[in-house]
Design a protein around this ligand. Structure first.
Ligand SMILES: [Zn+2]
Length: 435
């Protein structure tokens, strides 16, 4: 196996800084990651790891982090991002559903998958939990492209038997197609499968029952759906499932809660719902740019996290409701959402969320979100002089003050701050014109 190395300032987390403070952080100013094949063989001070003949890629004036992880994103929505003036249900009708109908065409799927994965890599994101469309071919296209890049990607066919014309499956076909896709893709290379009922507005009881059956039959798959994003959505779910005590209870009744279940948004929840998410180890996914852009509301981190049994939290872009592929911009907007609730969010917590935190949420912390030896060499190299304005700001910060550097970088940074992205030991993106 080929051995090679990258050299620069290494930054990763061994623990949660919200619990362990700066002791959670590893910061090696002149560090090196030695890569053998796909995996990290060693990470530490360059002086200890340099050896004759080893090919070394240098990243001066940069931070080498684990690849960033996006825990909720829609790959069929790359052409509706930034569409004007609608809240959730109208947004779906006016923009999302027409865009997703085009995924009946395999050529369209393949082109969209290529664009989507290239865009993730340009933003330093090496793993995503991504919704496909209702069409099984949309999953085939995305998995084929991700396999070609050796990316750690989790996706699933959207199940929506009561969706609009042209985007409906049936409870039976949704089950059968998902089952076939799991057999075809789950565990192939680095691909994982997520059972993906869109939300309780577009799935019948029979389909949610089928999703629960799939999850029981494939307990190592993930489940992703949306929960309590918008008041009109919640009212509609109440009309559709009058026997349930809450939106969360709809999913709970069909066995969809659990430690591999990721629920997008979770903004408007009653106490009993928060308690059930916590008790089942379910993950609430904070999508700040989307929540602000679609006008859904402010994610109440304090309510979910500051309790004896905290709800597990993930952070995500939710493109195309979200307005940026950048996890840096996502963290910046998360910070502002929390500021509006008189709460700060330290940069160490934010960078933990984008890396080890999201890896923990996906149960992949042994593999990604870290630079520990044995993990896969998925890396994001962040530039400390990506634009004149950011360089100018960062020059005013003592280089030893990593939290201050990280904070300014997340507030001001975007794809231009990503100098390089490595996937499984290979450099798949190098920013043109970077020093
Ligand atoms: Zn979403």
């Amino acid at each position: 196996m080929t051995r090679r190395a990258v050299r620069g300032r290494l930054v990763w987390f061994r623990d949660d800084p919200a619990l362990a403070g700066e002791a959670a952080l590893v910061d090696i100013p002149d560090g090196m990651v030695v890569i053998e094949g796909e995996r990290i063989e060693a990470a530490g001070p360059a002086a200890d790891l340099l050896e004759p003949g080893l090919e070394v890629t240098d990243y001066p004036n940069a931070l080498i982090l684990p690849g960033l992880i996006d825990a909720h994103i829609h790959y069929p929505q790359t052409r509706v991002i930034g569409s004007y003036g609608a809240q959730l249900l109208d947004w779906l009708q006016n923009y999302t559903f027409p865009a997703e109908r085009r995924f009946a065409d395999p050529d369209h799927c393949a082109a969209a998958a290529r664009f989507f994965l290239d865009e993730l890599l340009r933003h330093g994101t090496t793993t995503a939990l991504a919704y496909a469309s209702v069409h099984p071919g949309s999953v085939d296209a995305l998995c084929t492209e991700a396999m070609g890049r050796n990316m750690r990607l989790i996706t699933g066919k959207v199940m929506m038997d009561e969706g609009p014309e042209g985007l409906r499956d049936t409870a039976q076909s949704g089950y059968d197609d998902s089952k076939a896709l799991i057999a075809r893709w789950h565990g192939q290379g680095r691909i994982g499968y997520a059972i993906t009922p869109r939300f309780a507005v577009t799935s019948s009881a029979a389909q949610l029952e089928a999703a629960g059956a799939l999850l029981r039959e494939h307990p190592d798959c993930w489940l992703q759906t949306h929960l309590a994003e918008n008041h009109a959505e919640i009212a509609e779910v109440g009309r559709r499932f009058p026997e349930s005590s809450s939106y969360t209870d709809v999913y709970d009744r069909f066995g969809l809660l659990g430690p591999r279940s990721i629920f997008g948004h979770c903004i408007h929840l009653a106490e009993a719902e928060v308690a059930r998410l916590a008790a089942t180890g379910s993950i609430a996914c904070f999508c700040p740019t989307s929540n602000l852009f679609i006008g859904s509301g402010l994610f109440d981190l304090a309510r979910l996290a500051d309790r004896p049994d905290p709800v597990r939290i993930a952070l995500a872009t939710d493109v195309g409701g979200g307005t940026s592929y950048s996890m840096l911009q996502t963290a910046a907007e998360a910070y502002k959402v929390l500021q509006l609730q008189h709460r700060n969010w330290p940069a160490l917590d934010a960078f933990h969320a984008m890396t080890r935190g999201n890896a923990l949420a996906l149960g992949l912390d042994h593999e990604i979100g870290t630079l520990e030896p044995g993990s896969v060499a998925d890396l994001a190299v962040l530039d400390l002089a990506p634009t004149p304005a950011v360089a100018h700001r960062l020059e005013a910060i003592d280089r030893r003050d990593l939290p201050a550097l990280l904070f300014a970088l997340m507030i001001m940074g975007d794809d231009r701050a990503v100098r390089a992205t490595w996937v499984a030991g290979q450099p798949l993106h190098e920013r043109a014109g970077a020093a």
